[in-house]
Design a protein around this ligand. Sequence first.
Ligand code: S3P
Length: 170
Amino acid sequence: MIQHIFLLGFMGSGKSHWGRVVAEETGRPFADLDVLIEEREGKTIPEIFAESGEVGFRELERKYLHTLADFPPSIVATGGGAPCFFDNMDWMKKNGLTVYLKTPPEILLERLKKGRDRRPLLKNLNESERHDFVQNLLHEREPFYLRADCTLEHTGDDAAFLERLLAIIK
Ligand code: S3P
């Protein structure tokens, strides 16, 4: 049975950043589900949203999640919505260890000021709309994230966070 490590959490929770760091530390391959979709489809995530809507994107997200069954045991950064659609969470739990990177909304909001072009869900929102959107969506998604096998909260100390993450994975 292939055992991936799936990093889950809201947009801006550092899944790709910590995924790369942990892959380096453990010598495991790193896979980023959004990058996999973009590479295989030959389109960016914003292009997919523009052409096929969120519904089309979610179908592709599920499809490429399942292709990970053929990957060697990897550290996988998932998109923020991946655990909340279809049976994706069950699939990930069956195929590896799921780790929720829990991040306070104020830190997410600060980080999400940047990179809005890359994130179609936040694209046309002003600061106050973004604030409400993130609070509401986080509230809606947290029950899915909390089904993860482990929850790790970032308290501001990167070294301590990495140590705890590696302890879970190794
Ligand atoms: C999404 C998060 C994005 C990407 C897409 C949708 C979401 O990934 O999959 O824009 O629904 O939260 P990140 O969490 O890496 O930003």
